[in-house]
Design a protein around this ligand. Structure first.
Ligand SMILES: C[S@@+](CC[C@H](N)C(=O)[O-])C[C@H]1O[C@@H](n2cnc3c(N)ncnc32)[C@H](O)[C@@H]1O
Length: 472
């Protein structure tokens, strides 16, 4: 994102990272593994998650990440400078003094070209959440036992849900609470402190610490797409070229509740719009898959693509079809801009590639969430080798539970115990025969004796690869 706005952030491969409120290190540990030349420091007040994280770090013999059990207010200049500072799920949930320290640390401990990531709840959208929060706080008043608090909270949610005559705004909020996990309900809506802010207030607070707004971590969150021409014109007029004002009015339009903002140190003259030219130095990926095979990219025929979440995109634009056909075959891997340009030119019957048009299209598609842009090549492989090796962290996690981290730094749930066993077996030393024996022994131990068929093993290995669980 920083590069798209003309900045030159420090190289990821050798960067220094500080995470405030790092919990059990679930962000920093996969980074430390996939970027061995990076160095990370995490700080969290809570003892239990820090200890759990340290156990994983020592189990993986990682020397480039440390977690400190510490109040972030104790972080000072002696910690040194960091290229990237992360504070996720902290700003809105911390008392005023702590949130001020959080931004002060970003202001003093961020390297000159560094980038800070701070997430927080925003108004106006959170007024709706506040409505539910106030009801829940009333319902759970005087209770301190977490289980009891949750029990009473759910009693109110179910009571509201059961009423047929709800105003639509209430129905929507109740539904959203029902879809949240108990842990999110407890730590978020029932939290002692949960203070959303308007974006302009956050930007002003950051400014007081010498920090400038860069953009949002999720590209599509910057979205101007979906606005009618007239709304877009009025927005431009009311914001008068001021990026903060423009984002604030966008929050009004979208009734936004949450932001993941990127900040840099001042002074930084950032352009109003991201630069498509920067896309030429990045990589692209897309999870969209063609609905039917054989559509011709070069013709004017319409082709349909579908995302894993079921959203569809139809286009007859040859360039867009060629891009999406190329990326769909490589998902979840990304492809460098130059390679994509060459492949697209081939699909369009060798027509001379217009790289500027391709970069602009990729930028538009990433703004609408269709394409991901990446700075680094993937650290996973889609090819299953003779002795496949699963991500070290996932192997450790698979031996303990169902949730594992992928090499894309996402989390997936491995539902059945055989898949979990298989991940833990993939240490790069076993061939197919040894894997088959290992799985059969495991199944027999669970009173499910039987042969594991070679095709079944192969299918499972390929689905592990598609989940980005196999190391390159
Ligand atoms: C909602 S959790 C987010 C954890 C992690 N960043 C994540 O995204 O999964 C907030 C974390 O901030 C920590 N925290 C709260 N106040 C803190 C403080 N003053 N100093 C350090 N950590 C703090 C909490 O202990 C908790 O682990």
């Amino acid at each position: 994102m920083a590069r798209l706005f003309g900045l030159q952030p420090p190289a990821l491969e050798t960067c220094r990272i500080l995470e405030l409120g790092c919990g059990d290190g679930s962000h920093l540990i996969p980074i430390a593994l996939t970027l061995p030349g990076s160095r990370s420091v995490g700080v969290d007040l809570a003892r239990a998650p820090v200890e759990a994280g340290r156990k994983i770090i020592s189990g993986l013999h990682l020397g480039n990440v440390v977690l400190h059990q510490l109040d972030l207010r104790k972080v000072d200049e002696s910690f040194g400078q960091f290229d990237y500072i992360i504070a996720h799920g902290l700003y809105s949930w911390a008392p005023p003094e702590t949130r001020d320290r959080l931004l002060a640390i970003c202001g003093t401990n961020l390297a000159p070209d560094g980038i800070a990531f701070v997430s927080y709840n925003t108004y106006p959208g959170c007024h709706m959440r506040d409505m539910m929060r106030q009801m829940l706080l009333y319902q759970t008043r005087g209770l301190s036992d977490p289980e009891l608090k949750l029990k009473h909270a759910y009693a109110l949610i179910n009571f509201l849900a059961s009423s047929a005559a709800k105003p639509p705004a209430l129905a929507e909020e109740v539904e959203s609470l029902q879809s949240r996990s108990a842990s999110a309900l407890f730590h978020d809506d029932l939290a002692e402190t949960n203070q959303p802010v308007y974006f302009h207030q956050f930007a002003e607070h950051a400014g007081r610490h010498g920090l400038e707004y860069v953009g949002e971590a999720e590209f599509k969150a910057l979205l101007h797409g979906g606005l009618s021409d007239e709304t877009a014109r009025t927005l431009k007029l009311v914001s008068g070229g001021d990026r903060i004002q423009e984002q604030q009015y966008l929050d009004f339009l979208r009734c936004r509740r949450f932001r993941q903002t990127l900040l840099c140190r001042r002074p930084a003259a950032l352009p109003e719009r991201p630069d498509a030219g920067a896309v030429m130095h990045l990589r692209a990926a897309s999870s969209l898959q063609p609905v039917s095979d054989g559509a011709d990219a070069a013709s004017d025929a319409e082709a349909e693509f579908r995302s894993p979440a079921g959203h569809t995109l139809k286009t007859n634009l040859p360039l867009a079809k060629a891009v999406l056909f190329s990326l769909s075959g490589r998902w979840p891997a990304s492809v460098a801009f130059g390679d994509l340009a060459a492949e697209v030119a081939l699909r369009l019957a060798g027509a001379p590639g217009d790289t500027v048009a391709l970069a602009e299209l990729l930028l538009r598609l990433s703004l609408s969430g269709v394409v991901e842009l990446h700075a680094l090549p993937p650290s996973f492989t889609l090819e299953v080798s003779a002795r496949p090796r699963a991500f070290r962290l996932a192997r450790l996690q698979a031996a303990q539970g169902r949730s594992v981290t992928t090499l894309r730094h996402t989390t997936v749930d491995l539902e059945d115990d055989l898949s979990r066993w298989m991940v833990s077996l993939l240490d790069g030393t076993k061939n197919r025969r040894e894997l088959q024996h290992g799985l059969e022994a495991f199944a027999a131990g669970r009173d499910r004796p039987g042969a594991v068929r070679a095709e079944e093993l192969e299918r499972n290995l390929h689905s592990m690869a598609r989940l980005a669980l196999l190391e390159a």
